[in-house]
Design a protein around this ligand. Sequence first.
Ligand code: MRU
Length: 347
Amino acid sequence: MKVNGKEYRTVWMQGSSVFMIEQNLLPFEFRIIECKNYLETCFAIKTMIVRGAGAIGAAAGFAMAQTFLHTPEKNKEDFLLKAKLEIENTRPTAQNLFYAVNRVYFAGLKSTIDAQHEAQQVADDDAYTSQKIGEYGNEIIKDGFRIETHCNAGWLAFVDFGTALSPVYYANCAGKNIFVYVDETRPRSQGARLTAWELQNENVPHVIIPDNAGAHLMSLGKIDMMIVGADRIAANGDVANKIGTLEKAIVAKEYGIPFYIAAPFSTFDLKCETGQNIPIEERSEEEVLYQTGPDAENIVRKILVSAPGSTAFNPAFDVTPAKFITGIITEKGIIDASKMVVEKINN
Ligand code: MRU
């Protein structure tokens, strides 16, 4: 996608370095950072400089390729396995991370060049599948639709295009008159900061809403459909996504509003029989207790927004049971979450 008229991917590799958009600084500053080795790339994933299922996957694949480029002669195998584990331990929920690391690791056992090619292929596949999701998703967006989305499953969360926002971009480009309600998505505000920034860049009409406004808007008949992304999809169609997704899905069902997940097959984890097996990341309480942003003088500050001395609990994801999901928009078409998941993937 374009930023200031220049085409960017969220994350890419050049030589032995991985480059990425520094997402913690958005929307206030657009900066590219360079990770010179896999440890720096791991740090970037952990601290959410790069975030979102597909972008994490691509970054992790590149990190794995970096380990092959820097393998010492002595204890090669131990080094690679230790590095693989370190990459896998950066963030536990997004399936794309494990998918990418495995693809690159096994390719790299043939040669370092194979590892580099495979990492690039993982990133290219991610951009391609996002594009296809946009095409299929566009088919179900009618002219005049008001769409609610949660968190950021746009191009910043993938290598390009995104998942939940890709159909929105296709519909907008097709000239459909659409409007997006953007859930703020506390505590890190990926909706208010990242999704809103993306939609501005693409000239998509939108408004940011507090996380707790969704049910009210749905009850007033102001939402025609909801599309969100996914971090991991279990074999029975249960979906882990950003915390707060579950309550939106329940309310949408109550009001008869179609609730769609948009995700590529690289997000499906058939080894997880149900959503209960999906590991849910718990992040630092600081993310809840403090907020960060520029003050009136444009100096970035971290401020306390909670009662001093109180602690916070910060689960980053929740699991939406398949029964609340109208369909999953994939790169091969729209599938029924509660019935078809395993069959479709195997075909
Ligand atoms: O914690 P994040 O920002 O990496 O969360 C992942 C997500 O972007 C969302 O859960 C998103 O809705 C899933 S699709 C990338």
